[in-house]
Design a protein around this ligand. Structure first.
Ligand SMILES: [Zn+2]
Length: 226
């Protein structure tokens, strides 16, 4: 995201469909996915480094990473203060959230779909950075995800969110603004600034969208210290 691009200590980025799917879970061709992941690392200037993947179980768990591991399975957010640890997660409508404290040199990556957002994963990640690393100057960037005009949910999901983030849709459905819900959480948790790319995965063909083409294709987010 442009607002975080000039941070000298932070490397972050989102892959597009041009690089290929980076999600293994639904992959029919694992070697192609692994090649796409390598290409993503290369583009980010992290050639040859290992990815540490967010397991992404649609919860609010946060974990600290001190050295590279393949994945941390039971969480939706990872935080590190170690150069050489490359945080990684995959998405197709859920939101990547980049967290960065330029004073403490601590970075985090969040995976936030509706369940994780409802469970408060972004709020918990900010709290974790404060409690675990003493962070007091956290900048947040909300990456591409499905927007509040496109994300149709049923009544049973809509009622779990504050009315500020829900609008009436068609045929008795509701429209949920996950970006706004996460932005509010990050601000309430004390983030110094919250930036939004405001790119919708369902509307932009740069990114795969589960709602538009549920074919298992995933884009990736990388967060690392320089
Ligand atoms: Zn949209």
């Amino acid at each position: 995201m442009p607002e975080l691009a000039d941070e000298p200590g932070l490397v972050h980025g989102f892959s597009t469909v041009a690089i290929g799917s980076v999600g293994l879970k639904h992959a029919t061709d694992r070697s192609a996915v692994l090649a796409s992941r390598q290409a993503f690392l290369r583009v980010m200037g992290l050639d040859g480094q290992a990815l540490t993947a967010v397991g992404a179980v649609h919860g609010a768990g946060v974990a600290r990473v001190d050295e590279p591991v393949d994945s941390v399975d039971d969480v939706d957010a990872l935080v590190t203060d170690q150069p050489g640890v490359v945080l990684f997660a995959t998405y197709a409508d859920c939101y990547p959230i980049v967290l960065w404290d330029p004073v403490a040199h601590v970075a985090g990556l969040v995976h936030a779909g509706w369940r994780g957002t409802q469970a408060g994963v972004a709020r918990r990640a900010v709290g974790f950075m404060r409690d675990e690393f003493g962070c007091s100057y956290i900048l947040a960037g909300i990456g591409p995800g499905i927007c509040g005009r496109c994300y149709e949910v049923g009544e049973e999901v809509a009622v779990q969110f504050d009315a500020r983030f829900v609008n009436p849709g068609q045929r008795g459905k509701w429209l949920l603004d996950l970006a706004a819900a996460n932005a509010a959480q990050l601000e309430e948790a004390g983030a110094k600034a919250v930036y939004e790319t405001a790119m919708c995965t369902k509307e932009s063909y740069l990114f795969p969208s589960h709602r538009r083409h549920p074919d298992g294709t995933r884009f990736g987010a990388i967060v690392a210290l320089r």
